[in-house]
Write a protein that binds this ligand. Structure first.
Ligand code: PDD
Length: 307
């Protein structure tokens, strides 16, 4: 399927989807966004994502062009326009094949150049739908490498970490550093050296059967997938704690995994140059991922698709 763009309520061909060069999203990253994915063609945890979009907007005093109900309607319309036409990717994990990536962006708008938010007029609302390019089946089966990078997570006093804004330069630079180290994901520390999160994921460590992840107070995004995983751990009888973590806690862990909307739960089997645990995805990660698969629906394990 091609990319389908809904710009301000109009379905437009991607090449014609243009915003003003005066838009503050372009000039300053003055925007908020969400990434939602589908299962069976339907958005997953959409309410939580739309609530977080609202929260992000509130945190930076941005009035989104659309409310949650309108946004949900526009997402549905855009998904409808994006039906069919998928090419088969033999490397895709079965639960990602044929699914959609939905990006919702709300900018503060354009206006006279200047940092003052009061200059903004004409806010932009965008829904972009693409085929979901989730991690390949091999990433779930074998795990991925992550690298603790030198770029630090901006302190909460600088920008509220619970707001998902377009101001992403630190994350971009973190990924650049991770790629240079041959890693799939960058893990960012805060100014005091505590683990915060990935460039676009939350991070968990498993030691002695207990799952640990940094608390919201560590200055992280409250990941929707993180929330689902914490609930699943509790319902599976797996002890889960939100506690500050140091890099050593990740390095000494039996298992490490990252979570995000697009990735679900991906085992981290290498941290920098060192293998994590036995260097293979561990049993707690597998168990939580199986529970996640059961919740989200669709095929439960890496392997041939059962139809
Ligand atoms: N990113 N932390 C950061 C900094 C993120 O950007 C994301 C998500 C997460 C995980 O949140 P969730 O489980 O709600 O997806 C954590 C999205 C997927 C992205 O930017 O593509």
């Amino acid at each position: 399927m091609p990319t389908v763009v809904n710009l301000d309520g109009d379905l437009v061909p991607p090449a014609q989807a243009k915003v003003s060069i005066f838009d503050r999203g372009f000039l300053y990253g003055d925007s908020v966004y969400e990434v939602v994915r589908t299962y069976g063609g339907r958005p997953f945890e959409e309410e939580a994502h739309l609530a977080r979009l609202r929260h992000s907007a509130d945190r930076i005093g941005l009035v989104p062009k659309w409310d949650a109900a309108r946004t949900a309607r526009e997402i549905a319309r855009t998904l409808e326009a994006a039906r069919g036409g998928d090419s088969r990717d033999p490397a895709a994990a079965p639960w990602n094949a044929g699914e959609r990536y939905v990006r919702v962006v709300m900018t503060r708008g354009a206006g006279e150049i200047g940092l003052d938010p009061a200059l903004a007029v004409n806010p932009v609302a965008l829904v972009l739908v693409q085929p979901l390019a989730g991690p390949p089946a091999a990433a779930y089966r074998d795990g991925v490498a992550a690298a603790i990078v030198g770029v630090r997570r901006a302190p909460p006093a600088a920008i509220d970490p619970s707001a998902k804004t377009g101001a992403h330069l630190p994350n971009v630079l973190a990924v650049r550093e991770a790629r240079e180290a041959g890693a799939h994901e960058a893990l960012l520390l805060d100014g005091a050296g505590f683990v915060t999160e990935g460039s676009s994921s939350n991070v968990f460590a498993v030691a002695g059967g207990t799952v640990r992840t940094p608390p919201l107070g560590a200055g992280i995004l409250e990941g929707v997938t993180r929330g689902v995983v914490l609930r699943l751990a509790r319902s599976e009888g797996v002890r889960a704690e939100e506690v500050p973590l140091r890099p050593e806690d990740l390095e000494a862990a039996d298992e490490v995994f990252i979570t995000s909307t697009v990735r679900e739960i991906v085992p981290v089997t290498r941290l920098g140059p060192h293998p994590v645990g036995g260097g293979r995805p561990g049993p707690v990660t597998r168990r939580l991922h199986a529970a996640f698969r059961a919740l989200a629906g669709g095929p439960r394990s890496v392997g041939p698709r059962v139809v």
